[in-house]
Design a protein around this ligand. Structure first.
Ligand SMILES: *[C@@H]1O[C@H](CO)[C@@H](O)[C@H](O)[C@H]1NC(C)=O
Ligand SMILES: *[C@@H]1O[C@H](CO)[C@@H](O)[C@H](O)[C@H]1NC(C)=O
Ligand SMILES: *[C@@H]1O[C@H](CO)[C@@H](O)[C@H](O)[C@H]1NC(C)=O
Length: 437
């Protein structure tokens, strides 16, 4: 309060709650629920002078994709590097995999095959201040995960991260899809026979028990005192767990705890108290981490738990206009700070992981860490599919209305860096012996 000399930030802060409760949830909402319903009538007669993001191509032709590894591997047992603090530097080495040949990228995030014309966004490397983040070595990852089961649990961000990892690993070993279930393949499991590694994904956008909005229910129902057993029932068969939620908490919802209604979010037609979603996400994480500790704390098998922090969206204007996330370069250092909702979501996730870490201290076989990607992702407004969530959106000229995805990330893209950091933490842990052993 009272710090109005910092004009841009205080303005953003004032604007944010409003944006948050209106435009952003609706934009994201439509993206999740009506991904392919843009009227086709808008396709044909369109003004050719509509401002659009096709203007800037990378001037230098991209060098061939290379898989050569960095020689500057950080020693696994060194003091942990703060990966959150750094900046994006141009890197001619390019992506870790070829997005057009990796078979497991959800179409809407396969920007190259969907005709995204600029390639510069593929040539950036995250450079932490304190250390060098080595290029991902898929062989090391598979070796460390040998005979283990890694599960990604959460919303479409969990899937985005899973698909990045599968593509990276596929460059050295072929995954076999061994399980598939649910609408839109929401539950899947792959086996890498070379190292007997299982990697799975579980759709659970709240982590706790919930009923998703549908045609007959126009809000989500969340039961904050119990985890979603769609993944919880398999917990005992997991060795590593990556949890990733956030965006679904912005949607209209009614919250329950036990038999009583706790309140709701964005539900003007119901007679419940509006309680927002921050405290609710916190409760959901608390319940989740507490249950994991209870069920696995006394197990004879190790469990590593990561919570991927909130991934910022980059809508700059109207969600259905061509330039909804038009940037084609990362932000420079200091150009953008983590604030408002992005910061609140990230902070409460990190706090809940820290609390759970404290509670896990006396447990021998359970390790937790926040995979803190919010800041580095915030700096990548250029990494989203935007209009290329749909194939060749401008094939018939420039449309007035076009659906945009400024929430998920193109693959290859910034999410690959999340997995690079994940591997570094696993390597560091591997260099330490288990507590008490
Ligand atoms: C990716 O693979 C496709 C199909 O094999 C190939 O045409 C393309 O040149 C590859 N791209 C890169 C950058 O290697
Ligand atoms: C991998 O999944 C298969 C099929 O569900 C299962 O039979 C096998 O035990 C799993 N292996 C590991 C290491 O989790
Ligand atoms: C809403 O709740 C208030 C307080 O409990 C009650 O007085 C009122 O009748 C309720 N209104 C409706 C429409 O249920």
């Amino acid at each position: 309060m009272g710090k109005d000399h910092h004009q841009p930030y205080s303005f953003a802060k004032k604007l944010l709650p409003w944006t948050l409760y209106t435009i952003l949830p609706i934009a994201i909402f439509r993206l999740y629920f009506y991904p392919l319903q843009l009227p086709q009538s808008a396709t044909d007669q369109l003004p050719l002078n509509t401002p659009i993001i096709l203007t800037s191509f990378s001037s230098s032709s991209p060098p061939p994709f290379s898989s050569s590894l960095s020689q500057e591997e950080e020693r696994a047992d060194e003091t942990p590097c703060d990966y959150t603090n750094g900046n994006w530097v141009h890197d001619k080495m390019g992506p870790l995999y070829n997005g057009t040949t990796c078979g497991t990228i959800k179409e809407g995030q396969n920007c190259i095959t969907h005709g995204r014309p600029d390639f510069d966004y593929l040539y950036w490397r995250w450079q932490p201040k304190e250390c060098k983040l080595p290029r991902f070595d898929p062989n090391i990852f598979l070796e460390l995960l040998s005979n283990k089961h890694l599960a990604f649990v959460g919303d479409s961000m969990a899937r985005n991260q899973l698909e990045s990892l599968l593509c990276i690993l596929s460059t050295v070993s072929t995954p076999n899809l061994v399980y598939r279930n649910g609408e839109d393949n929401k539950f899947r499991k792959w086996n890498f026979a070379s190292h007997n590694v299982n990697i799975s994904v579980y759709w659970s956008p709240f982590l706790v028990n919930g009923i998703e909005k549908s045609n007959s229910l126009n809000y989500n129902k969340l039961y904050l005192d119990r985890i979603d057993e769609k993944w919880g029932a398999d917990l005992e068969h997991m060795d590593m767990l990556v949890l990733s939620v956030g965006h679904w908490f912005l949607h209209p919802a009614v919250y329950f705890e036990g038999d009583s209604v706790l309140g709701c979010h964005y539900c003007p037609e119901l007679n419940h108290t509006e309680i927002g979603f921050y405290g609710v996400l916190r409760k959901a994480l608390k319940t989740t981490l507490k249950t994991i500790l209870e069920r696995r704390g006394s197990s004879n098998n190790n469990l590593d738990v990561f919570v991927t922090t909130f991934s910022p969206a980059h809508f700059e204007g109207e969600w259905d206009k061509a330039g909804a996330c038009p940037k084609i370069k990362p932000y420079k250092e200091g150009e953008k700070v983590l604030e408002g909702m992005d910061a609140e979501m990230r902070n409460l996730e990190v706090e809940e992981v820290d609390l759970a870490k404290e509670n896990a201290k006396q447990l021998k076989r359970l390790r937790l860490e926040a995979l803190d990607v919010s800041k580095l992702s915030l700096m990548r407004p250029d990494g989203h599919p935007g209009p290329y969530m749909l194939p060749n959106p401008f094939a018939n000229g420039i449309k007035e209305r076009v659906q945009n995805d400024c929430v998920h990330w193109c693959l290859p893209g910034p999410v690959d860096t999340w997995n690079q950091i994940l591997l570094q933490i696993i390597k560091r842990w591997e260099g330490q012996s288990w507590r008490g052993e």
